[in-house]
Design a protein around this ligand. Structure first.
Ligand SMILES: Cc1cc2nc3c(=O)[nH]c(=O)nc-3n(C[C@H](O)[C@H](O)[C@H](O)COP(=O)(O)OP(=O)(O)OC[C@H]3O[C@@H](n4cnc5c(N)ncnc54)[C@H](O)[C@@H]3O)c2cc1C
Length: 480
């Protein structure tokens, strides 16, 4: 390798297109060492959960293959990012290091520390925004305070003018670095050990930059045309399924934004459908703004009065919820979709989360941790903001007293029962009338479909009316 090389650290930006740090590093003209560091300990309890590890494994293989095709190599390491970077900088007399920024408080601390350490050693560090449309600290209300409500935030984002242009795909990588030994992706141990709970994931997902592009194109060709209504229907493909790709940075919100704008300009997508979809992308941005302004929200309520909420942990109830055996079919369908695919429809995420914190009075942090471990799209900002939103303790949160009725939610958003039948197959023979309330089915109806309760499917673990009343009473305690 001729000349002193530059160093690029891939993290949550596993793509070659529209990657600002990579673009800057390549344009700098020196040979480039590209690395990824897998750290399995430093950020406990926020290390990647099981489902995201599965995704990361495949995403790294895809990225590494793409870099090799473009003449380079991805060097993968295990350990602490800051130690590994410092070591490489010393060994190869590196003068310039590049990365895209991350936004969780513990990541900001780690990266600040590394930047100071490198700067002190005379190394120039270039950091870029490769994850968001706009930096979270650039949003302030008219009075200079932080945003807490989505609608004014969305208006502010919309009135910003143009999103930056898409950057070109990196094509020219440097060949192998002599003597540099790294790990192979298989050695990171990211795939399930023992029982393969991820066996159905590959039929649902194609991790990697190409998979993300295909997903976006399919969405823009079809589901976006009816997104406003379709996004609420878990029984249909009404949303983009882009969340795990966004989480791993295989596609950027900038690419999505421009792809939508181009289709609108061409007259392919009606304005109002595009607007609704872009507002969801803005919810993601809003979550990051909330996180930046409230770094403690990863495990503490934004609304302080909820610190005194009388949560009531019950191991049996929590296990029933995790395993999709609560006796409420729409809740169980959602929790089983999560097991089977590593993803859950947004409407159902709201229903199951509400059920956990309001019907069962289990602390939102327990639910959030389970999602963190099981979602392929687990995202520190969206996950914590959404759980706090549902629990009523976040910014711009759903009012606590609005308690979802799992039966009517199921009837409304899965009107033909297809979603429940798919994920709770033991109920598939039940007539639609009883699909959300199997315990109300007369014995002859149950007999006709060969179903016996609770032998084949559990009775509700908690009575809806009782749970509703108890939740409201618990809320009254902290309100006063
Ligand atoms: C309790 C709970 C936990 C959640 N945890 C996560 C999480 O860990 N990671 C995550 O990406 N989303 C999370 N969400 C938000 C939302 O459910 C998912 O983003 C969405 O279901 C992803 O599917 P999609 O890509 O098909 O969405 P689409 O409807 O196609 O939306 C496009 C993109 O917009 C963003 N988006 C959509 N809705 C939201 C939202 N409410 N908040 C923030 N961003 C949003 C996502 O990046 C999504 O990929 C959570 C929601 C709830 C209620």
């Amino acid at each position: 390798m001729a000349g002193t090389p530059n160093l690029l650290v891939f993290r949550e930006d596993l793509r070659l297109a529209d990657n600002p740090a990579l673009d800057a590093a390549i344009n700098d003209g020196r040979p480039l060492i590209c690395i990824f560091v897998y750290d399995r300990v430093s950020h406990a309890p926020w290390n990647a959960g099981g489902a995201r590890q599965w995704w990361l494994h495949h995403s790294l293989i895809a990225l590494s293959g793409d870099i090799e095709k473009a003449g380079g190599r991805l060097y993968v390491f295990q350990g602490q990012q800051n130690e590994i970077v410092a070591d490489l900088v010393n060994r190869y007399q590196i003068n310039r290091v590049f990365w895209n920024r991350r936004y969780a408080p513990y990541q900001i601390d780690e990266d600040k520390h590394l930047k100071n350490q490198l700067n002190d050693a005379g190394v120039h560090v270039t950091t870029c925004n490769g994850r968001l449309l706009f930096e979270p600290w650039t949003f302030k209300t008219g009075s200079g305070g932080p945003y807490r409500v989505f609608t004014p935030f969305w208006k502010a984002l919309r009135s910003r003018g143009k999103v930056r242009p898409i950057l070109p795909t990196a094509t020219n990588f440097s060949p192998n670095v002599e003597g540099l030994k790294a790990d192979c992706i298989e050695n990171l141990g990211l795939l399930p050990q023992g029982y393969n709970w991820a066996k159905n994931f590959p039929t649902n997902w194609t991790p990697g930059e190409k998979g993300a592009k295909v997903r976006l194109r399919q969405f823009l060709d079809a589901a976006v045309l009816n997104y406003k209504d379709g996004r609420n229907r878990p029984d249909k493909t009404g949303t983009s399924g882009l969340s795990p790709h966004l989480q791993h940075g295989e596609i950027s919100p900038v690419q999505i934004w421009h792809a939508v704008a181009d289709r609108v300009a061409a007259g392919d997508i009606p304005d109002h459908q595009a607007e609704t979809f872009l507002s969801e992308i803005a919810w993601r941005e809003f979550s990051y703004v909330l996180l930046y302004d409230n770094p403690n929200m990863i495990d503490q309520e934004i609304r302080h009065q909820f610190k005194k909420f009388p949560w009531n942990y019950d191991e049996g109830h929590f296990e029933a919820w995790k395993n999709g055996r609560t006796g409420y079919p729409i809740v169980d369908a959602g929790m089983r979709q999560l097991w089977q695919t590593g993803w859950m429809h947004n409407r159902v995420r709201m229903i199951v989360a509400s059920f956990l914190v309001k019907h069962l009075l289990i602390d939102w942090r327990q639910g959030m941790s389970w999602f963190w471990d099981t979602l392929v799209d687990a995202d520190i900002a969206a996950n914590t903001a959404s759980w706090q939103w549902v629990a009523g303790c976040g910014a711009d949160a759903a009012p606590y007293f609005r308690i979802f009725n799992p039966m009517t939610q199921g009837q409304k958003f899965d009107p033909n029962g297809d979603y429940i039948r798919k994920f709770v197959p033991e109920l598939s023979g039940l007539p639609l009338k009883y699909l959300n309330t199997p315990w109300e089915a007369p014995s002859n109806v149950l007999d006709n479909c060969g179903l016996s309760l609770p032998r084949d499917y559990p009775l509700p673990i908690v009575d809806h009316k009782f749970a509703r009343k108890r939740a409201l009473e618990s809320y009254a305690q902290i309100k006063s």
